[in-house]
Structure formats: C-alpha cells, structure tokens
Design a protein around this ligand. Structure first.
Ligand code: NI
Length: 181
C-alpha cells in the first residue's frame, strides 16, 4: 500500500474515458484500491477516482462520516464504497446546486449543478453487485467521482463562474490546505 501522487488539472490523463475493469478479486485490483484508500486518507478527501492517480480504469472510492470533517459542515454520512464500472441513472429531472472541490484542482471550489436523485449500479472489487438509490450529498459525490471516469473535472460543469474561486477566499474559516473529492 502506498500514497500515490494525485494528478492535477491540465494533465491529459485526467481527460481520458477510463477502461472498464474486466478481472475482479485480483491482487492487482486489491493493490490499486488499497493505494487509492491510502491516497484519499492522506489528502483528507471524500472521494478519489483511479484516473486521479494515473490509472486508466473505472474504479472510484468515496465515503465520509457525518460531520466528521470541518470542511463538510452538516453533511450526512456516505458509506465507504469501492465501486467499479459504475453506471448512473438520474431519477427525475430535478437538479440542485452545491459546492464542490477536487483533489486534482487544489485550493479551489465551485458551485456545480448535479442530479438530486440517482440510481447507481456497479460492482465491488470482488465482483459483487452494488445497486443503490440515493439523493443529495451522496448523489453529488457519486456523480463527481464518476465524472472522473468520463474525463470530466467539476470546473467543466460550473455554470456560474461568479461562484468559482479559491477556498481560502470563499471559505476563510476552513483549512486552506485542504481540498475534497
Ligand atoms: Ni475530484
């Protein structure tokens, strides 16, 4: 297990459409997931996608405890999840705006519209199916991470650039060295 370097926006490897995982419960996949968990914890992130450490595979991890982090005031818990080959289906047409950050876009935050309610499916690293219907913050985190597998970073989703800027300016009460997602 190891903490890996997180690629930053501008690196073309963040713009690829990631390849599906075809072999489950392998040493290589378990090592990748372990490295992603180490890297996410070291960066105090709420999520991480394999392309962010330069691995061209459809693997994302996410999860946070309720109010466990001062950067997520009032945010509910999301179960720690390792998700391969995810597919998102929006449920209804409702969108909501919310602040996001990204470990690949350090020091910045922006307001991003996301589907309020989604169903997501995929498999865990052992090949066991995952099928959840979620809303709000949980739905936002999943959409942000799955976007990484499509070569999309959240600034590409920002509609109002008056609500995009530096964390230390927008949220001076928060730790300026911390970023999320
Ligand atoms: Ni991100």
């Amino acid at each position: 297990m190891a903490v890996r370097e997180i690629l930053k926006m501008g690196d073309p490897r963040l713009l690829r459409v990631a390849q599906p995982v075809t072999a489950f419960d392998t040493d290589a996949l378990h090592r990748l997931v372990a490295d992603m968990l180490d890297t996410m914890r070291a960066a105090n992130g709420a999520g991480l996608a394999a392309p962010q450490i330069g691995v061209d595979l459809q693997v994302v991890i996410f999860g946070n405890e309720a109010n466990s982090n001062p950067r997520y005031p009032g945010r509910p818990a999301v179960p720690r999840t390792v998700l391969c080959n995810p597919v998102i289906t929006p449920l209804g047409a409702q969108e909501e705006d919310g602040w996001e950050g990204c470990l690949s876009v350090p020091g910045m935050r922006g307001v991003v519209p996301r589907w309020t309610r989604i169903r997501y499916t995929g498999v865990d690293p052992f090949g066991e199916p995952i099928d959840r219907t979620v809303e709000g913050w949980h739905a936002r985190v999943v959409q942000h991470e799955v976007d990484h597998l499509l070569g999309k970073l959240y600034p590409m989703r920002v509609r109002d650039f008056a609500q995009f800027g530096f964390t230390e300016v927008l949220f001076p009460e928060l730790d300026p060295n911390a970023d999320d997602d």
